[in-house]
Design a protein around this ligand. Structure first.
Ligand SMILES: Nc1ncnc2c1ncn2[C@@H]1O[C@H](COP(=O)(O)OP(=O)(O)OP(=O)(O)O)[C@@H](O)[C@H]1O
Ligand SMILES: [Mg+2]
Length: 162
């Protein structure tokens, strides 16, 4: 089902293409704009601000987290009745070491605050933390998409050293 979008397109494939094109353009702008430097690294507000920057023109984004339970594969992301408290706890999680940062990233993926676009947003959010705390980032061009997805599928059970 195409997610409700602001692009006035009803064809699934067209929506997916337009969404990818627009969000990639936005992501490029985001990195050049200096916007990321102003964010409070590791906070939910930073996540929401990145999300807004990438997707506000695409989805009807009200700043509110999702109000329905969602799943991918066999995994159901955080039940909405726990979502708000979960986001508060994630924000408070330590982020000093690589293992702590990955643990925090895994929990944010499990939270999946919005209906669509969480993966892209979470990867940028993760890189901001890694950059600030460890002066390192992931070279996503070296990450095979299938391996990454398999790792994310395993991550709620085994977050470190997959
Ligand atoms: N079975 C699963 N268990 C846990 N996490 C999953 C599973 N399948 C996907 N994910 C996570 O959900 C993300 C996709 O979520 P969503 O569709 O909201 O984001 P996206 O930005 O549209 O997609 P993508 O990450 O593919 O660019 C993946 O990147 C991965 O991190
Ligand atoms: Mg998606």
């Amino acid at each position: 089902m195409p997610l409700e979008n602001r692009l006035n397109i009803s064809n699934d494939v067209e929506v997916a293409r337009a969404e990818e094109r627009l969000s990639k353009t936005k992501a490029k702008k985001l990195f050049k704009s200096g916007f990321l430097d102003k964010l409070n690294t590791g906070s939910f507000q930073a996540f929401a601000d990145i999300y807004h920057y990438l997707f506000a023109e695409i989805y009807d984004f009200t700043g509110k987290t999702r109000t329905v339970n969602i799943s991918k594969g066999n995994f159901r992301f955080a039940p909405i009745m726990y979502l708000e408290v979960s986001l508060k706890n994630i924000e408070a999680m330590a982020q000093s070491s690589f293992d702590e940062i990955i643990e925090k990233y895994v929990e944010m993926n499990i939270a999946h605050p919005f209906s669509e676009g969480n993966g892209r947003c979470t990867r940028i959010w993760l890189d901001l933390i890694l950059k600030k705390e460890l002066r390192q980032v992931v070279d996503w061009s070296c990450v095979d998409k299938n391996d990454y997805l398999l790792t994310m599928e395993r991550s709620p059970i085994k977050d470190i050293r997959n």
